[in-house]
Design a protein around this ligand. Structure first.
Ligand SMILES: Nc1ncnc2c1ncn2[C@@H]1O[C@H](COP(=O)(O)OP(=O)(O)O)[C@@H](O)[C@H]1O
Ligand SMILES: [Mg+2]
Length: 250
């Protein structure tokens, strides 16, 4: 026989909690929409600003003015890039692109990327090695996956000071494939991993200019689009960023 009094109380509590959870969920998605809307709305004025700067640069030969205009123009270009990446992250988080996953040979995929980034790496005295098990296939969104791995290679080139080698690897672990980019630079201390993954999170902005702090957020969004997750690990020495993707991601 149910204890009627407390049953009602529990039902009421459960109802209240559910209402609260619904409310929180809708607030969170509202917040996300607001940010996306903002990023979207900011693109047009910043594009106009950039065009006005370009026109102004044609109107003057004063070197001081030209230098100032060039610096503002390059800042607005960086801002436009940041807005595009923020929008791409939001779209990816919303699952847009999930219908474009195709079976891709992982070893060939990583070899292609090592070829694309090889010359850039060489210029900075890095070599890119590929250690991939042959015969691994993943359902990948080729463009987003390339951009994610590309972001990680660019991070290694920028932050792995004193390092020499970047390793792209792929290995099967049970029902997942571990896709990883590792370097032999200073790495990131474990207590700062969460901060590095956060949107706009940059650990040492004074030493490295130009970043937006969105690179790893995009990597995380791309891992999730594939039904996987991303983790930062100690490469002893260096940073190892691993995407754990389900073998049968559809
Ligand atoms: N390979 C790496 N080694 C050391 N620190 C790194 C590495 N990759 C990223 N970081 C740190 O994590 C921060 C966030 O990286 P990211 O999200 O790509 O943003 P961004 O490169 O635009 O700053 C970087 O600013 C840097 O401080
Ligand atoms: Mg980056």
């Amino acid at each position: 026989v149910p204890v009627t009094g407390s049953g009602d109380a529990f039902d009421a509590l459960g109802g209240a909690i559910n209402t609260m959870l619904d409310r929180i969920q809708s607030l969170v998605s509202e917040l996300r929409l607001t940010t996306d809307g903002l990023a979207h709305d900011l693109r047009s004025p910043v594009t106009r600003l950039k065009a006005a700067l370009d026109r102004a640069m044609l109107e003057t030969e004063d070197p001081v003015a030209v230098a100032a205009l060039e610096s503002v123009a390059s800042e607005s270009e960086a801002l436009l890039d940041m807005l595009s990446t923020a929008l791409l992250i939001s779209r990816t988080q919303a699952g847009i692109g999930r219908e474009q996953l195709h079976a891709i040979d992982v070893q060939a995929f990583l070899l292609d990327l090592s070829e694309v980034y090889g010359p850039l790496a060489e210029d900075q005295d890095f070599t890119i090695a590929v250690e991939a098990e042959p015969g691994l296939t993943l359902n990948l969104h080729r463009q987003l996956a390339s951009q994610a791995i590309g972001n990680l290679i660019e991070n290694a080139l920028r932050y792995a000071e004193g390092g020499k080698q970047i390793t792209l690897s792929a290995a099967r672990k049970g029902e997942t494939v571990e896709l990883a980019v590792a370097d032999d630079g200073p790495g990131i201390p474990p207590d700062r991993h969460a901060e590095a993954l956060r949107r706009f999170g940059r650990l040492d902005p004074s030493r490295h200019s130009g970043g937006s702090g969105l690179g790893l957020s995009l990597v995380e969004a791309v891992a999730r689009l594939h039904g996987g997750e991303v983790a930062l690990e100690d490469n002893r020495p260096g940073l190892r960023v691993v995407l754990r993707l389900p073998v049968l991601a559809m």
